[in-house]
Ligand binder design. Structure first.
Ligand SMILES: *Cc1c(COP(=O)(O)O)cnc(C)c1O
Length: 434
């Protein structure tokens, strides 16, 4: 057994100081029946905890560290930036450079506004959609996550699926009432919804590759239908690419699909491990934002010099490396997928690994499902089995996401050797839990 003495002591203290001992709930390991390990430092594809245990990191800060931890170019850019002052609250040339990089990589983005998190990006995009169209209703999909702003923290009501309810105490009924929750990958539902409410809908926000119920790619026909319906009814299509952006292709999911949304939201990789988010899109929409237009949105630390330096250093490398970088990530994910599937089959465990580019999820299916296409099918997975799997991996030096309903992420530093090692540990785990 690994020694976790320091982790246990520090987490015990953390629980006195912060709710649940954490500053974000996904870190609390609540779904896997163990306490979190406390991290001391990271390097390349590895995490090291405070008891000096080493782990191959498949969380990568929930996506951002696509170049691995402590990438030398990013680290150098940060050192240079910090010597020039950490915040001015005034324009800088680096903001232009980051904006240019995003425009080059994601051509549907004609103008962009930098913010500090994915939550801020989606919240602002929703406000812009409402402000621009003069309509109140937003459509979101069950199992998609867009951060924790009130309008987006809603769940489908029980009876008629078009009535939403707050998904947290503190979110008002009034907030929930203006958000419609729809089933993911169900174009027939959307066609009926628009026939009934089309003139009231400001926009549809969607993860084109869903990553927050585990990896569930949106089907091309579903997303094409969303594009057509929103265009027909003068509603806006918002792709939330906070996770899929710069992760599944240089230009995100929209490049893979060949679909142009009206607005796109970014986070995670765009900040290279520092707090950055952004929303951008059509020129006429972005010009509706203050100080050109009337839709309000601001940020004291937005475009922060350290954050933009890390973002530029990351996106510049991704732009230079181009499609071959993503082909290589995808190939590694395929290798893991095949390895996991074969090992699970040998242990007679129903498993489906779903992926898109550099992200994937092994779903522990129940006996009746073949794949996961929506929250309904995700929710039927065997979470107990996942938890047992997780604990064995952690004990054997692999750090997977601590829930069945999260994506695993790969960096360019995950070598073939590390992938083989991961498959070996997974095979051992499948045997033990079968
Ligand atoms: C992570 C995530 C968010 C929220 O971003 P934060 O930076 O955590 O606020 C929003 N949308 C998607 C798709 C995400 O994956």
């Amino acid at each position: 057994m690994k020694n976790h003495q320091n982790s246990i002591r520090i987490f015990q203290e953390a629980k006195e100081l912060m709710p649940g001992g954490v500053n974000s709930p996904a870190r609390a390991f609540l779904a896997v029946g163990t306490d979190p390990v406390v991290i001391d430092h990271a390097a390349g594809p590895y995490l090291f905890d405070v008891d000096n245990n080493q782990y191959i990191d498949y969380v990568l800060s929930w996506g951002p560290m696509i170049l691995g931890h402590c990438d030398p170019v990013v680290t150098r850019a940060l050192h240079e930036a910090v010597n020039r002052g950490t915040s001015y609250g005034a324009p800088t040339n680096d903001e232009n450079r980051l904006a240019q990089l995003v425009r080059t990589l994601v051509p549907s983005v004609e103008k962009i506004r930098l913010v500090n998190s994915g939550t801020e990006a989606t919240m602002s995009a929703v406000r812009l959609a409402r402000g621009f169209t003069g309509r109140d209703k937003i459509v979101k999909f069950v199992g998609n996550y867009h951060g924790h702003s009130d309008s987006l923290l809603v769940a489908a009501g029980s009876a008629a699926a078009t009535f939403s309810v707050p998904d947290s105490p503190g979110v008002t009924q009034a907030n929930a009432a203006d958000t419609i929750c729809a089933p993911y990958n169900d174009e027939a539902f959307m066609t009926r919804l628009f026939a009934q409410f089309g003139s009231q809908i400001a926009g549809v926000i969607v993860e084109p590759v869903a990553g927050n119920m585990g990896c569930v790619p949106g089907s091309l026909s579903f997303l094409t239908t969303l594009r057509q319906l929103t265009a027909e009814h003068n509603a806006l299509l918002i792709f939330d690419e906070v996770m899929s952006g710069f992760r599944v292709a240089p230009g995100g999911a929209q490049q893979r699909l060949g679909i142009q949304p009206d607005l796109t939201t970014f986070g995670k990789i765009i900040g290279g491990g520092l707090p950055v988010g952004a929303y951008g899109g059509r020129l006429d929409l972005m010009n509706a934002i203050i100080p050109v237009g009337k839709v309000y949105q601001a940020g004291t630390l937005s475009g922060n010099p350290l954050a933009t330096a890390a973002g530029i250093a990351t996106l510049q490398q991704l732009l230079t490396a181009g499609q071959p970088f993503y082909d290589s990530l995808t190939e590694k994910v395929q290798r893991l997928t095949t390895g996991f599937q074969q090992a699970a089959q040998a242990a007679r465990i129903p498993l489906k690994v779903q992926s898109a580019g550099g992200m994937f999820t092994p779903f522990f299916l129940n006996e009746t499902d073949q794949e996961v296409t929506s929250w309904d099918s995700a929710a039927r997975c065997n979470t107990q089995r996942f938890a047992a799997f997780f604990r064995i991996l952690l004990e054997n030096g692999i750090y997977p996401p601590c829930s069945q309903f999260e994506c695993w992420f790969l960096s360019s530093l995950h070598s073939d050797e590390l992938i083989e090692k991961t498959i070996d540990v997974a095979a051992l785990a499948f045997k033990q839990i079968s």
